[in-house]
Design a protein around this ligand. Sequence first.
Ligand code: TYD
Ligand code: MG
Length: 444
Amino acid sequence: MAKKATTIYSCTKCGAQFPKWIGRCSGCGAWGTITEEISGTDDRKIKPVKVDKNLLVDFKNSQITDFARLETKINEFDRVLGGGIVVGSLILLGGAPGIGKSTLVLQICHNLKTPTLYVSGEESASQIKMRIDRLNLDFSNLKFLGENNIEKIASFIIEEKPGLVIIDSIQTLYSQELPSEAGSINQVRICTVKLLEIAKRYNISIIIIGHVTKDGLVAGPKSLEHLVDAVLYLESTATDNFRLLRSAKNRFGSTSEIGIFNMTGTGLAEVINPSELFLPQNQEPNSGSVITCVMEGSRPFLLETQALVTKTLFGYPQRRASGFDSNRLQMLIAVLVKRVQIPLLNQDIHLNVTGGLKIDETGADLAVCAAIISSFKDKIIQADTILLGEVGLGGEIRPVYQIEKRIEEAQKLKFKNIICPVIKTEKKGLIMVKNLEEAIKKLF
Ligand code: TYD
Ligand code: MG
């Protein structure tokens, strides 16, 4: 039997429901979050409406082709997206102000050659022109629109029907349907929803630029991640001029790829051989410094891990890691103490991965252990040595995925001593070790 519509009160933060209005939600403790809602009639029976059966897709008979993609020929960008911009997709490109987002999208527009509409709410046509001149680019496919009103922008896009639209930046747009200021969460969200609708309905690819602030994400890209098809972040590395392009979400590809660029006087240049980039350049080797190889997506990267081990002066020993999981560091220290009797219990240990990269896999375990021992004993590990392998709790060295690829990269860069787990391989000149003890014997 159908019931009457009732009024309920629910918390906008935790969703708890109440029969009466209260000032503080007893569910989550937030103040002033209870709003009134009409809970509709309580009739849960489904009443069938007329539908068109042709809308059902049968995978057995239908011919669904792969997504059409716009290839920018900027390899580092295309690879991160999984092979280029999918036609009709909405992409969010986030990053700190001044990192190079506008520069990157201009270079993309230039390479694509499809008709592009560049909408900027923060820069004028002459500012964009200045950047174009600085980049030494020549455009015949680019139109500029200086506008912040999303309703007007939408009309322009529908009128022009370009292949690609750039929104620079989403924080400067506003919709006249909302009273709040441009840049507020609600404005940013409604503008994105409108752009999403245009992208899907007219099959136009749209790149939205969003500023990410240092101390978190003010009115930011984070609140949009669920709306868009792909989220890319452009970040700087510790070595200042390099930029990493990471993908945080991708409906059309993997999120494990990263792109590397170098910010030059004439825009962002692709870094083709990143392994050399993160290796120490022509400097005397120090104790505590070890080279390893990690996989970032499908690419092997050589990088340097550094450890500094010093006697603890008072209190508990400190264990700090930058670019490496500190729980894993604690575990490796415990293994070193227990399995190979390295007395680290009264030592402070600092671990650093150079170049601002983060290691989130186990393939660098052996290198980290070797770096700690090297610093503790103050003995240098030769610069032509590289260590690969996961360390188990028993001190055993285990294989890691894609090890052949890593070894290949190391050999390509002329490393002579490749210390790795015991594996079946045709590769020559490897030093295979079963456990930490054997590795230490080979190293020192
Ligand atoms: P920009 O693309 O404007 O950054 P964003 O849109 O992310 O705010 O780039 C800003 C910085 O890049 C600026 O400090 C100058 C530098 N830059 C170069 O080094 N080379 C170049 O060719 C260009 C266009 C900019
Ligand atoms: Mg900009």
